[in-house]
Design a protein around this ligand. Sequence first.
Ligand SMILES: *[C@@H]1O[C@H](CO)[C@@H](O)[C@H](O)[C@H]1NC(C)=O
Ligand SMILES: *[C@@H]1O[C@H](CO)[C@@H](O)[C@H](O)[C@H]1NC(C)=O
Length: 358
Amino acid sequence: MINILFFVCCLVTRSASQRVDGMHNKLQEDFELERQLKIINKPPVKSIQRKPSNQKTIENPNLRNSPSKPKFGLEKPCPKGTVPIRRTTKNNLVQAKSLLDNQILAQQDPTYRTHVAGVFVVPFGNFNGVNGTSSVWQPIVEKDQSSAALTWVQNGPINALNEIAAGWHVAPQLYNGDVGTHLFAQWTVDTFQNTGCYNVLCSGYIQTDHSYYLCGRLLKTSEHNNIIEFQVGITQDPDTKSWWLNVENTNIGYFPTELFTNLALYAKQVGWGGRTTHAGIPSPPMGSGVFPDMDTRGASYFRWVSFKNGTRYYDTPDYLTKAFTDNDDCYRAKFYGYEKNNIGSILQFGGLGGKCDN
Ligand SMILES: *[C@@H]1O[C@H](CO)[C@@H](O)[C@H](O)[C@H]1NC(C)=O
Ligand SMILES: *[C@@H]1O[C@H](CO)[C@@H](O)[C@H](O)[C@H]1NC(C)=O
């Protein structure tokens, strides 16, 4: 029941940006959901039923198949001129809203919590891109929880934070209870209060690639002796100022610059790490569930971490980074700097979770 999801191929359209407004009563909310569904579910060109097994999956970059093959479990590529979009149901929207609410309520309501651990680049200039290669895991997450590994670009004050984040996560609320690992992105222009959403649950993100797509499930995740990685970056188009989502060295879609206020011209903060959300106790594992341990087969990592200032790429020197966590007993992050043997600049993050809310 949980594994069958339906995808539709949609015409690539440049729909006007539309923000998802916060709603105050149930009726209005219902009406708003119907409206959003109409916007999101464009008429399908062709329906694809995703089967739960026998699918190609993303591989270690070194062993990768030809780049034209879809990597996230989509069985057939979409017809030319179309892109895969997951069909959204009303229930998806309700659940996604509650997941987003977890993040917002985290500040106000002690029953919903978000925890973070990661590394950010000290804000010293204007940033136009962030990039990294992450090891992919499948942390065990209950139905009211989520656990993500993500890279982000941000700008703005605490109440009007603009953010785009992307990476992999386990978030059963978003995928009909599926506890697999999915490619995801999210954005906001007001610290997740009223705008933005996960994936394509509101209009904003525009998919352009035929094979990689948001929501796509990564059917293979790391085990101790077999690390699966994927590259994810968010880079600003120098001409249009829109932010491209780059996965496995392919621009798969973009966030139009018009969506943003503070991020319209550049970012002031970029970083990499983990984020968990949960209602009640305990808090789920982050990453592979272990603290940074200097072992690429142990704690989850981002390597080849770099960021862009103007036209220059920085290979993230130590002195420009800062590791952070909101609860050292639960989750930690550490930047190791440049490691030889073709590893690049690497950081690790994660932890087992548990009772993390004190
Ligand atoms: C991201 O990093 C990878 C690995 O270093 C590199 O191959 C790729 O070109 C970078 N992509 C972008 C958009 O900077
Ligand atoms: C790059 O960073 C410098 C600070 O070192 C900043 O003054 C400058 O505006 C940035 N360049 C661009 C094009 O964002």
